[in-house]
Design a protein around this ligand. Sequence first.
Ligand code: ADP
Length: 313
Amino acid sequence: MEFIIVILIPLGLMLLGAGFLVVSQVSGFLQSSALNRRQQLSNMIIQQYMVQIAMAQSQISQRGRQLEVLSSKLALSNQELGRLNDMKSKFLSMVVHDVRTPLASIRGFSELLLNKNVGEKEERYLKNIVSSTDQLGRLIADLTDLAMIEAGKLKVEKTIVEYADIARDILPGISINAQKKGVDLAVNELPVNCPVSGDKFRLSQVLMNLLNNAIKFTPAGKRVELTMRREGKFVGAYVKDSGIGIHPSETKRIFEKFYQAKYQKDEKLRKQGWGLGLSIAQEVVKAHKGEIGALSPGLGKGSTFWFRIPAGV
Ligand code: ADP
């Protein structure tokens, strides 16, 4: 009995302890190796990310260098474009200047001859010469304006102007045009006591362009109507015609320079113009801090051209 107590129990306890030790060591080992594997996996993933980041960084710096090359090329082309544009503007104003003088003399001499006693045929020819020089003269004037607009030198000399006067001065000439074409020109009551700060010559030029266009694009027997009125802080002008109308896709485009509506099929009418008048009108209205636009219910249904500028001085 003593033997059991003295030898076997401590021996048993020792074996039990040793067993525990072995089990705990083995499970610790297993746990730490699982942890290590997870750690290694995360390290691998991190390394992969780092490689990808490094690659992306090198691509970004490569693209950055390409972008620098492209932007320096762009700067060079811009410089070249600016130079060519300057050349074009100088060429334009040179041509315009050199054509204007001989044109005036052709017109002058033709009128002189018209006042002499010439035969019927000669009179017809001379009248043709005068009307052709007038047409060329209008083109030259438009090209002069265009050259000035492109050089940023469009002259707008503002004074205090009675708004209705911009129409009064041009209406007699426009009425003659309308009569010749057989178009009925109606002018609604003009506003009174309505001063504006503007360039009278330029504003008349805008209105004249809208009225002449309306007469040009309206068939004989139909009507063109002018309304000018005060509209709160603005003054507006509306030129309504019952002419060939405009396709909805072109009511904005016709204000671009050299643009003529493509859906309108009348070649003869197109050839009478250059597509410059409205673009010049737009610049003049912009210089007065105003707005300009066109409305049309569609082809064959007439149009209304309008502009408005701030009222008051
Ligand atoms: P142009 O009349 O000399 O061609 P504009 O710049 O004055 O140049 O007009 C541009 C275009 O806008 C015209 O060619 C025409 O197609 C269209 N347009 C202008 N006014 C009218 C109008 N009253 N009715 C229909 N189309 C018009």
